[in-house]
Design a protein around this ligand. Structure first.
Ligand code: FES
Length: 225
């Protein structure tokens, strides 16, 4: 199986959406959630990262039209959205596979066979780190410490931990993922939590009620989109 795409290509500008004008990429429910998120912050642009995660949870990655719409929503240039998103490993500005497999090769995992596990993962998946297979089923990444050193050598799939792994358990994991046997455990890439966060939104609403008529940050001119 030949790799088709790099998970992180070198040309940031090639990912920038061309042209100008309004973009409507989000569906109505995503747009509603986006506006709800923006309302939490006194400055719209502070919602940039949460909006990137929201878009990635819908599409599995941050596509150019999503970045353009986010830029419009928070009042920045699309290049600022790309510049911010490309800084973070958790955000993917190129299309990735349904499963993003991140194998840790940092010190604890390295000492317990992390590099050998990564080499085995390359062989099993038929792709090199930073690449996605032709079916967009898997993306393979080499990761720094995943903060699960007690499970070394370990890996994450779409942010869910697996370890300690050896070649046999890794292959069994990939088989289960291919068959959908772990769909209850591993959500589609981009989904951080299946439980919607509402604590912050409730707090924001409470602040708004308490601050009605006053000049607290909840009623600031920049915070209500
Ligand atoms: S070194 Fe691999 S999880 Fe910490």
């Amino acid at each position: 199986m030949a790799p088709t795409t790099s998970a992180r290509g070198p040309d940031e500008h090639s990912r920038m959406p061309a042209g100008s004008g309004s973009v409507q990429h989000f569906d109505s429910e995503t747009r509603r959630k986006a506006e709800e998120l923006i309302s939490v912050y006194p400055e719209k642009r502070s919602a940039l990262l949460p909006l990137c995660h929201l878009a990635q949870s819908v599409d599995g990655w941050l596509c150019p039209d999503a970045m353009r719409e986010i830029a419009e929503l928070v009042g920045v240039l699309p290049a600022e959205v790309l510049g911010t998103a490309s800084f973070y490993d958790l955000l993917h500005t190129e299309k990735v596979g349904h499963h993003v497999v991140s194998v840790c090769t940092n010190i604890a995992c390295l000492l317990r066979g992390g590099e050998e596990l990564l080499a085995h993962a390359e062989s099993t998946l038929g792709i090199s780190p930073g690449s996605t297979d032709a079916e967009h089923a898997f993306t393979l990444e080499e990761a720094e410490c995943l903060a699960a050193c007690d499970r070394a050598p370990c890996a994450q799939v779409n942010g869910r931990f697996f370890g300690p792994l050896d070649p046999g358990t890794f292959d069994a994991l990939i088989d289960d993922l291919r068959k959908g046997a772990l769909d209850d455990v591993v959500p589609p890439h981009g989904v951080i939590s299946r439980v919607a966060r509402d604590v912050g939104l409730e707090a924001s609403s409470a602040n708004e009620r308490e601050g009605a008529g006053s000049s607290d940050i909840g009623s600031g001119s920049g915070g209500r989109g």
